[in-house]
Design a protein around this ligand. Structure first.
Ligand SMILES: [Zn+2]
Length: 113
């Protein structure tokens, strides 16, 4: 499962960070997930709670901010929110739209004790 490997790498990263800081508990994790990242937020939350068991992140609160994706038309330069890769430009109707954001998955911040 895609989300499970993502959840495990997040748990690894924040656990390492906690250890580096000499802390034993991660209490909160803020994630940013782009709408076109292919990640199911509910599934990621579920996988996270499984992956975090017996780690410093076990009781961490996972906050996920979903970020809208944006595209830009290579024909007319219009920028607009997109929900998929297969969209046409709302301004000129051409199918030359490049996705410029919305594929990200990032840990924005973590809280450790
Ligand atoms: Zn256009």
């Amino acid at each position: 499962m895609h989300e499970m490997s993502i959840a495990m790498s997040i748990v690894d990263a924040v656990s390492d960070k906690a250890r580096q800081e000499g802390c034993s508990t991660v209490t909160g994790i803020d994630l940013v997930v782009g709408r076109l990242s292919g990640i199911e937020v509910e599934s990621l939350k579920f996988c996270f709670s499984a992956a975090a068991r017996n780690t410093p992140a076990e009781n961490a609160e996972l906050l996920i901010e979903e970020r809208e994706a944006a595209g830009r038309c290579e024909e007319c330069g219009e920028q607009f929110p997109v929900a998929s890769y297969h969209v046409c430009c709302p301004s000129c109707g051409k199918f030359r739209v490049r996705v410029i954001s919305g594929e990200e998955l990032a840990v924005k911040s973590i809280t450790i004790e």
